[in-house]
Design a protein around this ligand. Structure first.
Ligand SMILES: *Cc1c(COP(=O)(O)O)cnc(C)c1O
Length: 427
């Protein structure tokens, strides 16, 4: 038995499903999850000593590749000073200033420890600010696992085909309305019907939890306009696309200012850090200034902040995002050519350092279109690539991520491996 199999059997005795987050379990692609021992740059190694080119990067955070020497150094320098104080530090001001500088719609920001906490807190704030209960989210967008947001959520839930989670009271779910992504008409109908009740609209402005799906500019503009008309708080959940599709996130790409923004993943550089922030007049409703309660023992943790701050500094080097976008584009173009040569129906898209692979003829624009993909083919492709030492997300409903450590040689090796994988699918 391989070491991975041994560990997976052992893990299942004390951990539900053997994993601490569902999509890691390989349920939708089948087979044994790889237990990771160490990582460096664009690679990681599993318990059997096999090396993989990593295209999930911890689901987004590792934008500089694994164990970047300057991030490692920043973490090592603060480690000996203490792990957590429960009292403020200067580094928390520095990361807040950096975030407000890089994302101009954020005038004030609060640190939390996970993306789930960021979206949950932003929603409570929006409800407290507007004195309204109803929220709108969109099919296929994932915003973490807070009760109000596990209503037809994407990501792991989508993989398992469950429309909602057990354990979410109907009395809570009833305040959440789920609409179609990129459907302006439906959005307008919802606002005409009950606009004055809507506390907040939350959206992934570039969706990455139903595979990669871009919002249309018309859709995001309509969100901004309706929220303005009805006094609803527009929340961009940029936990995944923030610092990923561009330095200023999707809001920079589309030129639209949300009222609140949620950040995570890249902002912690691989450590547990996330944040939410936005308009000063809204943020002023948070405790200790206002009546909306929100807190965290490890919020702004000094080790996490050190990793995040150094990461935010390094992604500001000249041409960082141009190079990242170019490498990502090179990957998806190479894969598209390889699929075409093997006559496998396939398309791909990328924006900044994020990409989507689709086993269908054209790039999808909605959750319904994503469902048309050939998941059987995806699963066979996933395993052929895994055997060849390339680790893509173990689900057809997840995006992929390229880091600045993915150089030309690594992209070329990936495309070569894909030629073999596509050929085996066509056969
Ligand atoms: C990952 C993610 C979250 C949840 O973040 P966690 O840190 O996993 O809680 C929320 N929103 C989006 C868009 C995400 O991609």
């Amino acid at each position: 038995m391989s070491k991975n199999q041994e560990l997976f059997e052992r893990a299942q005795r004390t951990i539900p499903g053997g994993v601490n987050s569902p999509v890691r379990a390989f349920r939708s692609v089948g087979g044994t999850p790889r237990f990771i021992e160490r990582a460096q740059g664009a690679y990681f190694w599993d318990a059997d000593g096999k090396r993989y080119i990593d295209y999930i990067g911890s689901w987004g955070p590792m934008i500089l590749g694994h164990v970047h020497p300057e991030v490692l150094d920043a973490v090592q320098r603060v480690l000996a000073n203490g792990f957590s104080f429960g009292a403020p530090t200067e580094a928390e001001i520095e990361i807040a200033e950096e975030i407000c500088k890089l994302v101009p719609s954020i005038e004030q920001v609060r640190m939390v420890s996970s993306g789930t906490e960021a979206t949950m807190s932003a929603l409570r704030l929006a409800r407290g600010f507007t004195n309204r209960s109803r929220i709108i989210k969109f099919e296929g967008c994932y915003h973490g696992h807070a009760d109000s947001l596990l209503v037809k959520a994407g990501s792991g839930l989508l993989t398992f085909g469950n429309p909602t989670s057990a354990g979410v009271p109907a009395d809570i779910a009833k305040h959440t309305t789920v609409l179609e992504y990129n459907n302006v008409e439906q959005l307008n109908e919802a606002f005409s019907a009950f606009g004055a009740e809507i506390a907040s609209v939350i959206v992934e402005p570039v969706a990455g939890n139903m595979n990669l799906v871009r919002a249309t500019p018309e859709f995001l503009n309509a969100l901004r306009e309706r929220c303005n008309e009805y006094g609803s708080v527009l929340i961009f959940d940029e936990v995944m696309c923030g610092f990923r599709v561009a330095l200023g996130g999707a809001q920079q790409v589309y030129g639209i200012k949300p009222d609140l923004t949620c950040l995570g993943k890249v902002i912690g550089g691989g450590m547990p850090a996330a944040a939410f922030g936005g308009r000063r007049d809204i943020m002023a409703h948070l405790a200790p200034l206002g009546g909306v309660y929100q807190a965290g023992t490890l919020s702004g943790n000094p080790i996490a902040v050190a990793a995040g701050l150094k990461t935010l500094q390094l992604i500001q080097r000249p041409c960082f995002y141009d190079d990242l976008a170019k490498q990502t584009r090179k990957l998806v173009d190479g894969l598209t050519r390889a699929a075409r040569d093997a006559k496998v129906p396939f398309s791909a898209d990328s924006i900044g350092g994020m990409f989507g692979l689709y086993f269908m003829d054209s790039v999808p624009g909605s959750f319904a279109q994503i469902q048309q993909g050939d998941t059987k083919r995806f699963n066979a492709f996933f395993h052929a690539m895994l055997d060849a030492g390339v680790y893509f997300a173990p689900s057809a409903f997840e995006a992929g991520f390229v880091s600045s450590a993915h150089d030309d040689g690594i992209i070329d090796a990936t495309v070569d491996a894909a030629r073999g994988a596509f050929a085996s699918l066509a056969a």
